[in-house]
Write a protein that binds this ligand. Structure first.
Ligand code: NAD
Ligand code: ZN
Length: 241
């Protein structure tokens, strides 16, 4: 397994990586659909929506304050570190993460698209104001310095569209890569879930490696499926040593 993984990497000049919540699980950040996914018995799908924020912004901010506090106590794991190490080895490299926790950047990744935004950003619910904010906690209600309307987390919620430029850049990079590595995503949150399929459709030579303890729709089109927790598999894995 490790041999095939290493050989696919060694024969690639251009690599894309897609990550989801699972890569941060071993850092202690709960996934949405795994154990500890619930907060005060609410499902994330019922809190991470524009409708939930309109209905009860205080409740949504309490949940985000809880998540920000939790994430601030977590550190990047071997899988985050492996990805930034890989970036330093490969001439053309792009990381597309669905995660909002900022652990990839803390782990040293630079060429990165945070396609669902960042939990460390806040933005206005009415105007275009957006700013980094690391306060713990955010005092309710946070108000926009430009228009005085309520500020919201700088993330993309269920039902909201992604920045199409980021999506287009991701598709183009993946479709011209030799290898795509998909780590820790359930492969059901669109449109990111479609990226591996689009990549393979455009470029038949694209190889796909998936790392996830559970199979997903992406497993069907993977050339190598590593059915393991990502930090465990990637710990101490040196490609060129
Ligand atoms: P998900 O919660 O739907 O699925 C998590 C996936 O990770 C599952 O397939 C699971 O089998 C896998 N997984 C669990 N433990 C793993 C491990 N140790 N190693 C590798 N894989 C493991 O997450 P999603 O597909 O990313 O979609 C949910 C949405 O919510 C995304 O936008 C996601 O980024 C966001 N979210 C982000 C965070 C974060 O920033 N850390 C946390 C929760 C949810
Ligand atoms: Zn505003």
């Amino acid at each position: 397994m490790k041999d095939k993984f290493i050989s696919l990497i060694k024969t690639s000049k251009k690599i894309s990586v897609i990550t989801g919540a699972g890569i941060s699980a071993e850092s202690g950040v709960p996934t949405f659909r795994g154990e500890n996914g619930l907060w005060r018995s609410y499902r994330p799908e019922d809190l991470a929506t524009p409708e939930a924020f309109t209905r009860d912004p205080k409740l949504v901010w309490e949940w985000y304050n809880w998540r920000r506090e939790l994430i601030s106590n977590c550190t990047p794991n071997s899988a985050h570190l492996f990805i930034s190490y890989l970036e330093s080895l490969i001439p053309e490299f792009l990381l597309i993460t669905q995660n909002v926790d900022g652990l990839h950047k803390r782990g040293g990744s630079r060429n990165i698209i945070e396609i669902h935004g960042s939990i460390w950003d806040i933005k206005c619910s009415k105007c275009l104001y957006l700013s980094e904010n690391r306060d713990l906690p955010i005092i309710y209600p946070p108000l926009c310095p430009q228009c005085q309307n309520i500020l919201r987390p700088g993330v993309v919620w269920f039902g909201e569209s992604l920045d199409y430029r980021k999506l287009e850049e991701s598709v183009n990079f993946i479709a011209t890569s030799d290898l795509l590595i998909v780590i820790g995503t359930s492969g059901i949150v669109q449109p990111v879930a479609s990226l591996p399929f689009q990549g393979k459709q455009i470029n038949k030579k694209l190889k796909i490696i998936e790392i996830n303890p559970t199979s997903t729709p992406i497993t069907n089109i993977s050339d190598l499926f590593i059915k393991e927790p990502s930090a465990k598999f990637l710990s101490d894995l040196k490609i060129f040593s």
